[in-house]
Ligand binder design. Sequence first.
Ligand SMILES: [Zn+2]
Length: 44
Amino acid sequence: MQRQLTCDTCGWSRKAQFLPWLKAEEHLAQEHQATVDPSAPAAD
Ligand SMILES: [Zn+2]
C-alpha cells in the first residue's frame, strides 16, 4: 500500500509506503523552508 506524494509548488513527487506525511514534511522543510500544518494526522 503506497501513497503517491506530490508537491504542487515544484512538481516533486515520491512514493511513500510509510509515514507519507513525514516525507512531505521533510520535502517542504528542505526545499521550501516551510512548515506543515500540525493538524495533519500523525501516527505515533
Ligand atoms: Zn516542492
